[in-house]
Ligand binder design. Structure first.
Ligand code: ADP
Ligand code: MG
Length: 265
């Protein structure tokens, strides 16, 4: 983990999709050239008791893409996201992550290995519940870096930079419960990006927001990820969210039934 985490310049992210600017400093992980496969799922299967959550999913996610995973409730979206991110181990098949040191088999790592991979390579933005309510916005973001060994002053400096870039200047010391839903999601986006993780996973990130706030949060999420050459995998029910992504993958009963370009291409 870099001791000098990247800090974006204030107010640069997500004003509009097209105008979203890159952070001032490069991510600590060498950027993978756009279009190169970053995550490759091969033949993923997962069952819970008698329920088949994934019935053989193949999926390649390329650097710089925003991939929307869509499908009815229960179609396996969250299970797929969790397998890709090393949160859940598939019963069959494998997930490979391209790193500077070659392809790492996410699904083959033990819990400690997957935990380290999640901390260093991935950012997470979920519908709710991932922020620590007893901590402030600043602490919630800084802790992501401190868990990787960054000293508090450097972590807080980087956290402030991201909070400002996401329009939260002046709210650094509020606890999560003192923020609106949209503001809390901005904190979650800052936390997911502050480590410079090349891949962000989002599960229904706008599911609890009204449509105007959803659009703002998606602009910020896309600006912070694909807007800076990083990669986003987003589970959503919302066709408006999918329309902002570069690719859409549709699941039914644990299988990919359609794959097509999103509106952002
Ligand atoms: P989605 O995100 O598309 O709504 P999920 O991936 O959460 O779908 O779930 C797919 C199927 O697997 C559903 O039938 C769900 O009930 C089941 N499932 C998911 N997680 C678990 C679990 N931890 N225990 C038991 N069943 C689960
Ligand atoms: Mg789900």
């Amino acid at each position: 983990m870099s001791q000098h985490p990247p800090v974006p310049s204030a107010g640069t992210l997500g004003e509009t999709r097209a105008a979203a600017a890159a952070p001032a400093a490069p991510a600590p992980t060498a950027p993978t050239p756009a279009g190169t496969p970053v995550l490759t799922a091969r033949g993923l299967t997962k069952t819970y008791g008698t329920t088949t959550a994934l019935a053989g999913v193949d999926l390649t996610v390329r650097a710089g893409e925003s991939v929307a995973i869509m499908g009815a409730s229960g179609s396996g979206k969250t299970t797929l996201l969790h397998c890709l991110a090393g949160i859940v181990r598939p019963d069959g098949g494998e997930v490979g992550l391209a790193t500077a040191a070659g392809e790492v088999m996410v699904s083959g790592l033990n819990e400690a290995g997957r935990s380290r991979l999640r901390r260093e390579q991935f950012g997470f933005v979920f519908q709710e519940g991932l922020l620590l309510p007893e901590l402030t916005a600043l602490e919630n973001v800084a802790v992501a870096l401190m868990l990787g060994g960054v000293a508090r002053p450097a972590a807080e400096h980087a956290a402030v930079g991201w909070l400002h870039a996401l329009g939260l200047a002046g709210m650094e010391h509020r606890r999560i419960g003192q923020l609106s839903g949209g503001q809390a999601q901005r904190v979650a986006i800052a936390r997911a990006q502050v480590t410079g993780a090349p891949v962000t996973f989002a599960d229904e990130p706008t599911g609890a927001l009204d449509s105007a706030t959803s659009a703002e949060v998606m602009d910020l999420l896309l600006g912070a990820t694909t807007g800076t050459g990083r990669t986003l995998v987003v589970v959503t029910h919302d066709e408006g969210v999918a329309a902002r992504c570069t690719r859409v993958v549709r699941l039914r009963d644990g299988r990919v039934v359609a794959e097509h370009a999103g509106g952002a291409r």
